[in-house]
Design a protein around this ligand. Structure first.
Ligand code: NAD
Length: 493
């Protein structure tokens, strides 16, 4: 999805109408308050909407509603909860055009908003997959099982880069197990999540799902709130560290999905054009604003030049501009992110890196940065050492694959990594040496609802998706059941 166009551009949604009247979802009601903050369009840099901002007292109301609703939500049972999740998914499908249009407004391009299409796939999976029960022993004497019980009220906090998919996955996972939720989207992209609340208001019982909009301070209040029993957070390492520290005193359960600095290693036996296409897509998906995008590329010296040229051709074919002006490549979603990528590029170029792609940026307004292939990048440059989360790909050459594995692992992050080779067995052995939560041979940047996803080192704690993703939202209860009545009744004689 390097090209960020090609989707229902003839949408009939009136986006101004769709964002008007949005409010927080609290205890089954849409609540609007006087405080608000501006939302700007990354395509133009101009303010395009105002978003209501929840106060601490509205958060208290949301937490109280979630706490009240939780016992009954658990009591209705797994099948009834799955039915509701299925209905939520169906309602999302019915309103996808509206959600994508709102998300495109706040994310800057329709292509950048397409992650919304994956959300019902994840929700449907959770609506149809039974919560596992582990049977450890089943003998005439006893059964020993492990069952999943709810944690209580879950605070779900999402970032701006894939706000719909990430939030839907969190909400559906938490609800499946019998938890209730207070959710907060990123202050950069809150409108589509508030629109989901409006869509789901009459499907979810009051209090079971609450959505409040606000900034980092509201997120911190959710984390510290005495009603919160679990925090499901996706975002930056810096915020994740603060959240872990704030959760420590009351030992709240945590799942933290944080940043990445993924490496891909290309061996000499590949077809360069084929692999360049796949790597370009996995690096520049949503303008590189994907946690699991390729951020560093190590290519064997024998095909290095050919690979750089193949990537540069693809990058230079992209048109970073608003879709209305014929653009094919989405902007950065936030002004701080735009400033940071400019800073990282300046830093690297000043230190001797070279941009192999055209340097010129479009003249239009907005947060556009052309997809950039960097060569001559060395450790010590921020663009290599830090998560850059933008449309920049440093490409390094290697002679010995052991050095490439060492370089790939020489980072404080551990989200994902990949090996590209025609020798699949050798590739699998090399992939096993990557220190990260997900390793691929001949692919990258892939997520699926039944496949656990998460990171090692600073990339996070815990996993989303798959069985570990259900366990993350559960307290495991081990149950011993002794079957002989004689153990309690004694022997009559
Ligand atoms: P961010 O950490 O700035 O913000 C994320 C969310 O946390 C927002 O809703 C924000 O308001 C809230 N927040 C910030 N400080 C908080 C605090 N102290 N307490 C509670 N809430 C707080 O991140 P971002 O800039 O929105 O997102 C980009 C980051 O997200 C990147 O680092 C990216 O790698 C990461 N990310 C990770 C994954 C993953 O699955 N590992 C997926 C997507 C994005």
């Amino acid at each position: 999805m390097a090209s960020d166009r090609g989707v229902s551009e003839e949408t009939t949604v009136d986006v101004a109408d769709a964002v008007s009247g949005l409010g927080h979802l609290i205890d089954g009601r849409i609540v609007r308050n006087d405080r608000s903050f501006p939302i700007d369009s990354p395509s133009s840099g101009e303010v395009v909407a105002q978003c209501p901002e929840a106060t601490a007292s509205l958060l208290d109301e949301a937490m109280a509603a979630a706490e009240r609703a939780q016992p009954q939500w658990y009591a209705i049972g797994e099948a009834a909860r799955q039915k509701v999740i299925g209905q939520m998914s169906d309602a999302l499908v019915a309103h996808l055009d509206e959600i994508v249009a709102i998300s495109a407004l706040e994310k800057g391009a329709i292509g950048a908003a397409l992650e919304a299409y994956a959300a019902p796939v994840f929700m449907t999976h959770l609506a149809t997959t039974p919560i596992p029960v582990d049977i450890l022993e089943d003998t005439p004497e006893r059964t020993v099982t492990v069952v999943r019980k709810p944690v209580g009220v879950v605070a779900a906090i999402s970032p701006w880069n894939a706000p719909i998919l990430i939030m839907c996955e969190k909400i559906a996972s938490a609800l499946l197990v019998g938890n209730t939720v207070v959710a907060k989207p990123s202050p950069f992209t809150p409108l589509a999540t508030l629109a989901l609340g409006r869509i789901w208001k009459d499907i979810v019982p009051p209090g079971v799902l609450n959505i409040v909009a606000g900034g980092n301070e509201l997120g911190a209040q959710m984390v510290a709130h005495p009603v919160t029993r679990m925090i499901s957070f996706t975002g930056s390492v810096a915020a994740g560290q603060k959240i872990a520290a704030a959760a420590a005193s009351s030992l709240k359960n945590l799942v933290l999905e944080l940043g990445g600095n993924d490496a891909a290693i290309v061996l000499p036996d590949v077809d360069v054009e084929t692999v360049a296409e796949a790597i370009f897509n996995a690096a520049f998906l949503m303008s590189g604003q994907v946690c699991a995008a390729i951020k560093r590329l190590y290519v064997h010296e024998s095909i290095y030049q050919e690979m750089v040229e193949a990537l540069v051709r693809r990058a230079d074919a992209a048109i970073p501009a608003p879709e209305a002006e014929g653009g094919t490549f989405a902007p950065l979603t936030t002004r701080p992110q735009y400033d940071r990528i400019r800073m990282l590029l300046d830093d690297a170029l000043t230190q001797g890196a070279h941009a192999a792609t055209r340097a010129a940026l479009p003249t239009s307004m907005g947060y556009f940065i052309a997809p950039t292939i960097l060569t001559d990048v060395k450790p010590g440059m921020k663009v290599l050492d830090e998560e850059q989360f933008g449309p920049v790909l440093p490409v390094m050459s290697f002679h010995d694959v052991n050095d490439a594995i060492g370089a790939a692992n020489a980072t404080e992050y551990g989200l994902c990594g990949s090996i590209w080779t025609a020798d699949v067995e050798a590739g699998a052995e090399l992939a096993a040496r990557l220190d990260c939560g997900t390793a691929w041979v001949n692919n990258h940047a892939e997520v699926a609802p039944h496949v656990p996803f998460g990171g090692t080192k600073l990339s996070g704690i815990g996993r989303n998706c798959g069985t570990p993703g259900i366990d993350a939202y559960a307290e495991l209860q081990t149950r011993y059941v002794y079957k002989s009545a004689a153990r309690v009744k004694g022997v009559k004689g």
